[in-house]
Design a protein around this ligand. Structure first.
Ligand SMILES: [Zn+2]
Ligand SMILES: [Zn+2]
Length: 168
């Protein structure tokens, strides 16, 4: 069996479990997040590393240290990522089978739930619908965000009105 462990991995699993884990990963998982308006990474984040082993509810599972652990949690920690027991790992690429550390971020459970509900939101907090025409995608620090165009226009108009009022 060839060792498919990527360079710089090996922070979490030992020399026995490491190769066993990485043998189940397809490093050419493509960039499905590029067509996902809610994904929070840009094209420079590279391909998803897709788990092809045991899964449960769509999430990869791997037996290590005597129990089943989610595969993305291992992928994150294999590159030195720090996650506490009460933190979740958020998929910035929204591809739940992905185990690539740079597509993952450790967040509090509350933040993860909030992100999930924002991601599912069909309307901005002011009630404008996130249609294709009304949605502006922005990439900041490598993460993608949705912004409401109607809100942006309104805030620009408010700024303009304020400036005009002051100028008079
Ligand atoms: Zn990914
Ligand atoms: Zn809005």
């Amino acid at each position: 069996m060839s060792n498919r462990t990527p360079e710089h991995a090996g922070w979490y699993l030992d020399e026995y479990d490491g190769p066993r884990f990485w043998e189940h990963v397809n490093f050419r998982g493509g960039q499905p997040y590029l067509s996902d308006p809610i994904a929070r990474i840009g094209a420079d984040a590279g391909e998803c590393w897709v788990w092809q082993g045991w899964t449960s509810n769509g999430y990869g599972r791997f037996r290590a240290f005597g129990s089943g652990v989610t595969a993305h949690r291992i992928g994150f920690q294999e590159f030195g990522g720090k996650v506490t027991a009460d933190q979740d790992i958020d998929h910035l690429c929204r591809n739940i089978a992905c185990v690539r550390h740079s597509h993952l971020e450790a967040v509090t459970h509350a933040e993860n739930v909030a992100r999930g509900s924002r991601a599912l939101a069909t309307h901005c907090k002011h009630g404008h619908e996130y249609t294709e025409a009304n949605t502006i995608e922005q990439v900041r620090a490598g993460s993608k965000f949705r912004r409401c165009r109607a809100c942006l226009v309104e805030s620009r108009q408010r700024t303009y009105q304020r400036r005009k009022a002051r100028a008079v």
